[in-house]
Design a binder for this molecule. Structure first.
Ligand SMILES: [Zn+2]
Ligand SMILES: [Zn+2]
Length: 370
């Protein structure tokens, strides 16, 4: 590579080569402590997610809000106060090892510092203090909290991706190119998603303020026992259960794909998965639901979808430890797609039944028919 010292650097940083990558292979690598601190900076961001007009009622204290309820949900699957969890956002750019779930205490699991103590209590009391009842208000609140968390995470990791561009110090040119490419790829994906989520947030904020929930539809699946994999997330997915693409995702920030909110939790000893979407995002979601209904086991299909699309997952230790080595490997392989590996169109197909939780009832909340 012949690049003049004063030319723009090849990495696209818009700095001059001499101030950026010139001699980078001889620089001292970023030490492990700094990397760890940066990756954990997620924990240092704190704000209340309520709409601007409500911020005057915020308390001073930003608390650790649970995206999956601790008392009703995590406790239902925990063993000795622990569940298994996975974090897709903690990328290690220099290794291609597959992520395996790790044990975490339920006080720390699923928390995010995205609400003040006042609003966390006030807004979510209906679903925290009472059993889930499939009403439009309950469904809305479940979806709203997952969106606030999703946006919070994307905003928090945005800094991590710019930091990742420093991780090629002391490495050979070929590795520098690889690391810059990865950081750029994940960084711009994250920026696009952040823009989409802000759009969704504005929509839901308005519903929240007017108490008009009609534009958000829900498909509520009630299961005999708590889901083995619990989650709270908002995803713009592409693949369906038939191996065909349901939608394509473009790089145009104005072109917002159809998103689905997925929340799997427990209430009163039963299991629930609530899939929610905006009226304007119905096309892919209705197709997706039709396919879901015709799969062999809805609970297994939803778990597979969660492993493939979501990073915020909490697993029942009893269930995870009951799987044999090759079954665990299968779950990790599905999970790795979309994280460190490309998502295959067939990711949701031909998956063994690892989580069969009998279906009690499906409730449709909204103006749609399947
Ligand atoms: Zn550079
Ligand atoms: Zn607040």
């Amino acid at each position: 590579m012949k690049l003049g010292r004063n030319e723009p650097c090849w990495c696209g940083s818009s700095r001059k080569y001499k101030h950026c990558h010139l001699g980078r292979e001889k620089q001292s690598p970023v030490d492990k402590g700094t990397i760890k601190k940066e990756l954990n900076s997620f924990n240092s961001k704190k704000y209340c997610s309520v709409p601007e007009s409500q911020k005057t009622d915020c308390s001073k204290k930003i608390i650790k809000a649970h995206s999956v309820s601790k008392s009703s949900s995590l406790k239902a699957i925990a063993v000795d106060g622990h569940v298994y969890s996975t974090f897709k956002t903690n990328h290690d750019f220099s290794s291609s090892k597959r992520v395996r779930p790790k044990k975490v205490g339920i006080n720390q699991a699923s928390v995010f510092t995205g609400f003040c103590s006042n609003h966390d209590k006030q807004i979510f009391a209906p679903i925290e203090d009472y059993a889930f009842d499939t009403s439009d208000v309950h469904c809305f609140l479940v979806a709203y909290r997952s969106l606030c968390r999703e946006l919070f995470v994307k905003e928090s990791v945005a800094n991590t991706f710019s930091f990742a561009r420093e991780l090629d110090k002391g490495k050979a040119l070929s590795e520098q190119i690889m690391i810059q490419k990865m950081a750029k790829y994940y960084g711009s994906n994250n920026d696009l998603t952040m823009g989409d989520l802000r759009y969704l947030k504005q929509k839901l904020d308005n519903m929240f303020l007017c108490k008009e929930y009609g534009d958000l539809h829900h498909f509520v699946i009630e299961l005999e026992s708590p889901p083995k994999a619990m989650t709270s997330a908002v995803v713009g997915y592409t693949v369906g259960f038939d191996g065909e693409l349901l939608q394509t995702i473009s790089n145009d920030p104005k072109n917002i794909p159809d998103y689905v909110f997925i929340n799997s939790f427990s209430s009163d000893g039963r299991g629930y998965t609530v899939l929610s979407w905006l009226e304007e995002h119905s096309v892919s979601n209705l197709k997706f639901l039709k396919q879901l209904q015709s799969t062999e086991s809805i609970s297994n299909s939803l778990s597979t979808f969660t492993f493939a699309m979501v990073e915020n997952i909490y697993l029942s230790p009893l269930w995870w430890e009951s799987l044999n080595e090759s079954q665990q490997e299968k779950v990790c392989e599905i999970y790795a797609q979309g994280a460190m590996e490309h998502t295959k169109n067939t990711v949701l197909m031909d998956v063994p039944i690892l989580d069969d939780n009998p279906l009690i009832h499906v409730t449709i909340v909204g103006r749609f028919t399947l």
